[in-house]
Design a protein around this ligand. Structure first.
Ligand code: 13P
Length: 248
């Protein structure tokens, strides 16, 4: 059985004042019925972790370096994130692939670094609008899975998030049939490479998930949860998405 996962990616949003949203979420969802995770900016991880001790809210980071320590000014390593209280880390988000020109090989190295620090990696894949229009979404995502994932992926150390770039922050989503096609394809690709261990890898959908479309998305085959951007910033919206997942 795969535990359903509602993950919020705050991206470059959130100051100390935003911690009130965490408090609200903890108050309204003491026993959420699925796994819930917030990935705040690195500056807030330790404070969120302190508020979440002994609570059902996990904490993740949004990136890590592939080395554990060293001369890399401004970067943060996986052991530092674990030390601050994170148990997950998002890797290879399309915004990092674009803004920082991250390559699949770097993402694979970061995934191994995350594992070495005891973190679960949430590796993001997804096609551009042009690739979708050209009919190459499946092979593009298949290629990203092949080269962004190192050997040894299991349901314990890996979550995959399918985030079509054209659906991120746009209010547009693929049709349920398109999401089902991609998630079934990813499951088959992962099982083909990693065997039965891949049956436990959770597959999240991300891109304009809102309270209004969450239930429909969570009813789709091989969708084990969501990676939510904008709608995770407010406890009321993220809470509604969590409720939709718990009752899916
Ligand atoms: P939005 O939910 O704001 O579209 O962002 C999705 C995303 O990029 C999550 O990682």
């Amino acid at each position: 059985m795969r535990r359903k996962l509602a993950a919020g990616n705050w991206k470059m949003n959130g100051l100390t004042a935003s911690l009130v949203e965490i408090e609200k979420l903890l108050e309204t969802h003491p026993d959420p019925g699925c796994e819930m995770l917030i990935c705040p900016p690195a500056t807030l991880i330790a404070q969120v972790a302190w508020r979440c001790r002994n609570k059902h809210l996990k904490i993740g980071a949004q990136d890590c370096h592939w080395e554990a320590a060293g001369a890399h000014t401004g970067d943060i390593s996986a052991p530092m994130l674990a030390d601050a209280g994170a148990s997950y880390v998002i890797l290879g988000h399309s915004e990092r692939r674009t803004d920082h020109e991250e390559t699949d090989a770097e993402i694979a190295a970061k995934t191994e670094a995350a594992w070495a620090a005891g973190l679960t990696a949430i590796v993001c894949v997804g096609e551009s609008e042009r690739q979708r229009d050209l009919g190459t979404a499946l092979p593009v995502v298949g290629g990203q899975l092949d080269t962004s994932l190192p050997a040894g992926c299991t349901g314990e150390n890996l979550v995959v998030a399918y985030e079509p770039i054209w659906a991120i922050g746009t209010g547009r989503t693929p049709s349920p049939a398109e999401i089902a096609e991609m998630h079934d394809f990813m499951r088959a690709a992962l099982v083909g490479r990693f065997g039965d261990a891949a049956k436990d890898i959770r597959l999240l959908y991300g891109g304009s998930v809102k309270p209004a479309n969450a239930a429909e998305i969570f009813g789709i085959s091989n969708v084990d949860g969501a990676l939510v951007g904008g709608a995770s910033l407010k406890a009321a919206d993220f809470g509604a998405i969590i409720d939709a997942l718990a009752s899916a």
